[in-house]
Design a binder for this molecule. Sequence first.
Ligand SMILES: NC(=O)CC[C@H](N)C(=O)O
Length: 231
Amino acid sequence: MKSAVIVFPGSNRERDMVTALHSVFGSAPELVWHGDSTLPDVDLVVLPGGFSYGDYLRCGAIAARSPVIADVVRKAKAGTRVLGVCNGFQILTEIGLLPGALMRNASLRFVCQLVNLRIDNNESAFTRGYRLHDVVRCPVAHGDGNYFADEATLDRLEGEGRVALRYCDERGELTADANPNGSQRNIAGILNENGNVLGLMPHPENFIEPLHGGTDCRRFFEGMAETLEAV
Ligand SMILES: NC(=O)CC[C@H](N)C(=O)O
């Protein structure tokens, strides 16, 4: 199973993602510089977290114009799995592969904490390691994670089962207190129409080893490995 992690100027979670993928998949992903015009032939492309281009203009706006993006779009449209974590999610919305936008956190503060996530779709390659409505602890670390889309888009995302993850309390309730950034409808991660592209603000790659404080997120990667090995 082959994977690639794209590195932009200002990415800072690519090593964590490489370590997570290597540890679960058993093979190291290829690191691809954003200036390359083509991606290698892989089953999974990851846009990692960080501060691409220093978050200037808008988070992810400049990275979305990188040379490698044309091939990311081509592969996503052809069905390759694409995962965007945090800044990667912001980049996916800027490209237009996912609808909506990530605005400044409602608190206007950077949040760095553990949150609870409820698995609201466990049929995608990314989430099939869980049962529906499992509650999973996961870290977040962002200044612009406040998911926004118009009401019609939100209704459509929900109607099509494309809200994969929501912020919740320990019991799975979608409370305002459990929402770290003000995201509409407690949305933490969404899928594209075909279910092969996932963007999420939390960082599952940082909660897979006991030394991370918990291993709740390992199942994300195990589920992906099962799906991709079956391809
Ligand atoms: N950890 C990250 O990827 C941060 C994303 C983005 N730079 C923000 O602060 O919102």
